[in-house]
Design a protein around this ligand. Structure first.
Ligand code: PRT
Ligand code: ZN
Length: 288
């Protein structure tokens, strides 16, 4: 018998993306065998393993198939320009890539940048943008502290990540053009095996459920009467589940409240015990 393949997920080892990436994975019910950040951490309850990398290396690793999917900033994906599919945005680590100039400099429009020197760590995205807009500027690639370049006479402008804008302000700069809006995205290898596609679909299904979830959910399901006790046994509820007879003989409708923390576990147990037509509904107010 062949063991099911594992989907390998590359996430940032440590930095601005790592905490939220881990949170998403944990909330999707994925438990890791060794929490202590080895290079690769397999899960013992879902067919995935995590590969911890620097964010710069994630697009390449997914193109090569070293990882099957990755969670990384769109800015990094666009800059590295690898042959990967962008699946969807995850709504965290939002920022933008912008052009900024000294705050006292007059700015009338993009022509300003003709014959200017722009410092950046994102030469690919900037080069593409300038070409598209037909602006001829000189790009100076530097790897860190881009924001100090104008102040020390190294450049006339910068092209860098902006979030709150306070880094620009404290360096006497102003944002004049937003070139790319970024957030953490899921990227995937172009060709995934059938098994891995299935796992990815289940994973995406869970991520969506996480993103939509509140702390507690209202749950309704249909249960065969002869398994009602077993089914009610896995539903904690606020007091106890509500049970109503269905028109169809031998079946009941069960209503209860379950918490986010054991959501996946409970759903699995309910399915195992013959529950059908499971509906999960958000709760707007809960008065206890
Ligand atoms: O070590 P590794 O290579 O893995 O990490 P890294 O240092 O290259 O990246 P990291 O962890 O700093 O950022 C990872 C990703 O987070 C980026 O690629 C972006 O997609 C996203 N992100 C979101 C940000 C910011 N917000 C952000 N504010 N990345 C960087 N910044 C920096 C920016 O470079 C600038 O210096 O913060 C400063 C601007 O912030 P404000 O709030 O002052 O405007
Ligand atoms: Zn990096």
């Amino acid at each position: 018998m062949t063991e099911m393949e594992k989907l390998r997920i590359a996430i940032q080892k440590s930095g601005r993306l790592s905490e939220k990436s881990m949170e998403l994975i944990t909330e999707a019910g994925i438990k890791l065998s060794n929490g202590n950040r080895k290079l690769i951490a397999p899960s013992y309850n879902f067919p995935v393993e995590l590969l911890y990398l620097r964010d710069d290396d994630i697009p390449q690793s997914v193109e090569d198939g070293v990882a099957d999917i990755g969670i990384v900033g769109l800015n990094e994906v666009e800059e590295k320009n690898k042959n990967v599919s962008i699946m969807e945005g995850l709504g965290f680590s939002k920022c933008r890539l912008s052009l900024a100039i000294p705050k006292s400099t007059d700015y009338q429009g993009l022509e300003f940048f003709n014959n200017k020197i722009i410092a950046t760590s994102y030469p690919v995205i900037l080069g593409r943008f300038l070409k598209e807009k037909n602006i001829k500027a000189e790009i100076h690639e530097i790897s860190g502290s881009v924001e100090i370049a104008p102040g020390i006479g190294m450049a006339d402008a910068i092209f860098d990540i902006v979030s709150s804008g306070s880094t620009l302000i404290s360096n006497g700069l102003k944002e004049v053009e937003v070139v790319l809006k970024s957030e953490a995205v899921i990227i995937s290898k172009k060709e995934l095996s059938e098994d891995k596609t299935k796992i990815l679909n289940e994973l995406l299904f869970r991520f969506h459920a996480v993103q939509n979830a509140g702390k507690n959910k209202y749950i309704l399901l249909n249960a065969p009467n002869d398994r009602l006790d077993e089914i009610c046994g896995v539903l904690p509820g606020m007091k106890s589940p509500t049970i109503m007879s269905l028109a169809e003989k031998g079946w009941s409708s069960v209503h209860s409240v379950i918490s986010e923390d054991d959501f996946w576990e409970v759903i699995g147990k309910l399915k195992e015990r013959g529950a059908q037509g499971i509906l999960v509904i958000p709760i707007e107010k809960m008065i206890v």
